[in-house]
Design a protein around this ligand. Structure first.
Ligand code: UDX
Ligand code: ADP
Length: 463
């Protein structure tokens, strides 16, 4: 029976997942550990508004459990030593060097964790991979644990996370399914059952699926690839709609009512972002290539190519519409997060749109209700397109949306934050340069209302 859980990695996956396990399993002690001291301090901040991750409902859950059965610390070794089950929820970014650069997942953080668990463990442990990983990572973890450990028994499980940011707490409380992959041995089955028993505290048993390890790992990559593919498919159609005079929202609605297609994930946008979609597809592409399956690899790679095209054509459309030059013009960006209700900006379309505009020497004014200024600059600096100084001279960040939109030539809406719909658009119009343009990359705003005020509007996917 699992009585003590250690989770290595206090990020967007580890933090919310462990908070919900602690909430639903008061008899289990949950230690969330991370090397990043500032992040742990933020998780322990008395003011729950200062948690490092913004997710609706998360602060309430943390407030309820923290100090009771949920603890955040940097003492990784102690937490591992105490635990019956260790979740590995560290980041697995795309490799930026060496073999597989730009496609394969960088497993160095996972390997470090496995080595640390091996060196610290004195009692048997179930080790659970929670991060998104390429197929056959469990095998590598198992190799390290079994060959470098102190002769301690380890069972490796794959338990991929399907939560989406912005709805993490709800997704964790009411998952469509929980997937647990384990070895097909007696001990493997026992370990999987121990984890099933944890989830059974709040998830109906028929929603808890057990599979072999490889199926579980591949299912996670496949789920994300299918979801991203739907977005790229509708985004491909958005361009066709724009030249033919159709409205992509109407097309989405019409096809989504077919129960075989379904209505979700058919919202055309300036491009998908987030830490998972691109990384997981690149991973799938890399795996397919490494088995010599070039047609399979090319098929999935096209989902990414289309997404890059969508971001670029959105930015280029702004340039074209503003009389083929944005040099020295002020452009406001509303929304920097990769979707609403999160402060996460990883792979956000806004970063790439801003980069293209800055390449054209525009001055960019950014507002996002939850993303901090230092994060925006760090995202732009990371691209290395311009120096840090250049970014600071061309970009300003506003804490107030009306301020961000003051005196600009155009506004680009890049995240679908609900509050954008409620702004006083007449006031924004009055303070802008004329003609006043709005480029709606999320098909969020009421175009007719904007046009009545006097705006020149562009809505993604509408001809
Ligand atoms: C995704 C998966 O949904 C989740 O199951 C997995 O665990 C992690 O990856 P996440 O990246 O948090 O979750 O967000 P998601 O809601 O999937 O959105 C990803 C991107 O696609 C966002 O940029 C979003 O704006 C975009 N998107 C989504 C669209 O452009 N149109 C849609 O119809 C849906
Ligand atoms: P995710 O979205 O997958 O949760 P994040 O980057 O938000 O990714 O979180 C991963 C966390 O894992 C980071 O806070 C990072 O500091 C932490 N981490 C990475 N490697 C280790 C390690 N070896 N030990 C402890 N924490 C680690």
């Amino acid at each position: 029976m699992i009585k003590n859980i250690c989770c290595i990695g206090a990020g967007y996956v580890g933090g919310p997942t462990m908070a919900v396990i602690a909430l639903k399993c008061p008899d289990i002690k949950v230690n969330v550990v991370d090397l990043n001291e500032a992040r742990i301090d933020a998780w322990n901040d008395e003011n729950l508004d200062n948690l490092p991750i913004y997710e609706p409902g998360l602060a309430e859950v943390v407030g309820q459990c923290r100090g009771e059965n949920l603890f955040f610390s940097t003492d990784v070794n102690n937490a591992i030593a105490e635990a019956d089950a260790v979740f590995i929820s560290v980041n697995t970014p795309t490799k930026t060097y060496g073999v597989g650069k730009g496609q394969a997942a960088d497993l160095k953080y996972i390997e470090l964790c496995a080595r640390q668990i091996a060196s610290v463990a004195k009692t048997p442990k179930i080790v659970i991979e929670k991060s998104t990983l390429p197929v056959r990572t469990a095998e590598a973890i198992s190799n390290i644990l079994k060959n470098t450990g102190n002769g301690v028994e380890f069972q490796i499980l794959s338990n991929p996370e399907f939560l989406a940011e912005g709805t993490a707490v709800q997704d964790l409380l009411n998952p469509d399914r929980v997937l647990i992959g384990g070895e097909e041995t007696e001990e493997g089955k026992k370990a999987a059952q121990a984890l099933v028993d944890v989830y059974k505290n709040w998830v109906e048993p028929e929603k808890i699926l057990t599979t072999n390890v490889w199926s579980s790992e591949l299912s996670k990559l496949t789920a994300n690839a299918f979801l991203a593919q739907r977005v790229s498919s509708i985004n491909a159609l958005s361009e066709l709609c724009e030249v033919t005079g159709a409205d992509v929202n109407e097309v989405s609605k019409a096809i989504g009512t077919d129960s075989r297609i379904g209505s979700k994930f058919l919202k055309s946008s300036v491009g998908f972002g987030g830490s998972c979609f691109q990384k997981d597809i690149l991973n799938l592409v890399y795996i397919a290539k490494s088995y010599g399956l070039s047609q399979v690899a090319d098929y999935w790679e096209q989902v990414i190519i289309l997404n890059d095209h969508q971001k670029k054509r959105f930015a280029m459309n702004i340039v074209k519409t503003l009389f083929n030059t944005v040099s020295g013009k002020d452009i406001a960006i509303l929304g920097w997060a990769f979707k609403k209700d999160t402060n996460d900006t990883r792979e956000s379309a806004a970063i790439y749109v801003a980069d293209e505009l800055l390449n054209e020497r525009a001055c960019v004014k950014i507002y996002d209700p939850k993303v901090k200024e230092h994060q925006m600059f760090s995202d732009l600096d990371y691209l290395k397109t311009r120096t840090t100084e250049e970014n600071r001279s061309l970009v300003t960040v506003s804490l107030d949306p009306y301020e961000a939109c003051k005196d600009v030539h155009a506004i680009a809406v890049l995240t679908e934050w609900d509050e954008f719909k409620d702004y006083d658009w007449q006031k924004i119009y009055d303070n802008m340069k004329k003609p006043a343009f709005v480029f709606d990359g999320r098909a969020l705003l009421d175009q007719e209302q904007l046009a009545e005020i006097g705006f020149v509007t562009y809505k993604i996917g509408k001809g």
